[in-house]
Design a binder for this molecule. Structure first.
Ligand code: NAD
Length: 446
């Protein structure tokens, strides 16, 4: 929304959220305090905020005022009842629809920006038409393809914008045109795709499933490499040069995280199962099974390498965010690796350049594996990477932060207990240099 406001100074964009703390942070005069860390975002907010970009908790007033409403609320995996652990929980979406229906006095275009199961637009339309005040609604699907960490660049230069709508009616086509015009301020028209609403909804789940599948595919090969003397980095390069395959998303790692991949694939699996398409469901579920296995395998390898016990040993974790250049930790591999090692009675020390101590404890508490007190006794969060590694038996790199490459690794080695083990869960360090320093170095898939 910040980029839409930046590129369309004549359009008033109001971002509303029921979370007062978040909105207050978005309105903070100090742009370092906005709630999301994302390169370039604070500059965009600085340019547009107060001009045509506003943050508010007055949801009803914003609905009343708007011609176009983007529903962008969370759609987590359902944690209860039918579809528990798989289906998308659409209760926040439904609450939004009911609120829009209650408040609206003029016609609205309602845009699904959240990632939703295919055919959600049908349910939205049903709620809006049957509980509303007789105003007309057009439902569009406009899934978001940005990646955290590169969001601003992705938004400024998108590969494509996808807009799904009712292509069979004049009103539907007009609504789609209105949204096309918003993006056309900065995106070339040939990159704005329009489709029927179901294709648009399902394209987002498909895109995430394909991306995650590449990660699981290369991670599956990484284990085979470790048994055969092949090097997964060389394989990635060799296959990535094939123009049919392409080079992106081929880095072997401790596993993918983030709020979207797992949730969206589980949702896809659930949808396939609900149509009785068990082979389709099993095919995609394997992507998640492989990812969970890779996280477990990485942690188990640390235990095995450290002479089959980490009990009472200090293990330094470098990185907690699910990827670099974001402070988002949702489904981060680090959480699961830490939990595994804590079950083995390791003493964990964490350093992440952007994630707060409060967030790290909240992530561990959320798992419910041990008490809040135990998490605070067993895990320490340190703001200095050198102190983090001081007297550690092992270091595990869990996020590919650029700064890790530039650390004074000889200095870190000197401070560690020997033999000093270094596990590179993101394959970002040069193994030869680290071995020359004296590290017992382990990367993924080599
Ligand atoms: N994070 C991403 O990179 C990304 C990328 C593409 C798509 N998506 C999709 O976008 C959606 C949102 O993701 P997110 O990461 O921003 O989630 P989030 O949980 O960070 O944010 C959702 C926000 O919605 C607010 N909210 C909930 N109910 C509300 C209501 N009734 N009225 C007003 N505000 C309400 C919450 O307070 C919260 O601040 C999801 O469907 C996700 O799959 C996210």
């Amino acid at each position: 929304m910040a980029v839409i406001a930046q590129k369309n100074p004549e359009i008033k964009v109001t971002v509303v959220d029921i979370n007062e703390k978040r909105i207050a942070a978005w309105n903070d005069q100090n742009l370092d305090n906005i709630p999301i860390y994302e390169p370039g975002l604070s500059d965009v907010v600085k340019e547009a905020r107060g001009r045509n970009l506003f943050f508010s908790t007055e949801v009803d007033a914003a609905i009343d005022d708007a011609e176009m409403i983007f529903i962008s609320v969370n759609t987590p995996t359902k944690a209860y009842g039918i579809g528990k652990g798989m289906a998308a929980d659409l209760k926040y979406i439904e609450l939004c629809a009911r609120q829009i229906a209650r408040v609206s006095k003029t016609d609205k275009i309602v845009v699904e920006k959240s990632t939703l199961p295919v055919r959600t637009a049908e349910a939205l339309k049903n709620i809006l038409d049957n509980t509303g005040n007789g105003v007309n609604y057009q439902i569009l699907s406009n899934p978001e393809f940005l990646a955290e960490g590169t969001a601003i660049d992705d938004l400024h230069n998108p590969d494509r914008i996808l807009i799904g709508g009712n292509v069979d009616t004049e009103e539907g086509k007009e609504a789609m045109e209105a949204l096309v015009d918003v993006y056309a301020s900065w995106v070339p028209k040939e990159q704005i795709l329009t489709t029927n609403v179901w294709s648009s909804e399902l394209s987002k789940l498909t895109a995430n499933a394909f991306l995650a599948q590449r990660v699981s595919s290369i991670n599956a090969m990484s284990e085979l490499c470790e048994h055969t003397g092949a090097d997964v980095n060389e394989i990635s390069k060799a296959i990535g040069m094939d123009s049919r395959i392409g080079s992106k998303f081929l880095n072997a790692s401790v596993g993918f995280g983030g709020s979207c991949f797992q949730k969206d694939i589980l949702n896809l699996v659930y949808i396939a199962k609900s149509f009785g398409l068990n082979e389709v469901a099993d095919y995609w579920e394997q992507v998640i099974i492989m990812n969970d296995y890779q996280k477990r395998r990485f942690a188990a390898n640390i235990v095995k390498t450290l002479f089959n016990t980490v009990s009472g040993k200090k293990i330094a974790l470098l990185g907690w965010a699910f990827k670099k250049d974001t402070n988002d930790t949702r489904e981060s591999a680090a959480i699961y690796v830490a939990d595994y090692l804590l079950n083995e009675q390791a003493e964990i020390v964490v350093y992440d350049p952007k994630v707060t101590e409060e967030q790290i404890y909240a992530d561990l508490d959320y798992l419910g594996t041990r008490t809040e007190l135990e998490n605070r006794q067993l895990v320490t969060v340190v703001k200095d990477p050198y102190l983090t590694c001081d007297k550690a038996h092992a270091i595990a790199i869990l996020t590919e932060w650029g700064e890790f490459k530039d650390f004074d690794w000889a200095n870190i080695y000197d401070k560690m207990l020997k033999p000093a083990f270094l596990f590179d869960g993101r394959n970002i360090l040069n193994s030869k240099i680290k071995e020359k320093i004296g590290f017992q170095f382990r990367a993924i898939g080599v």
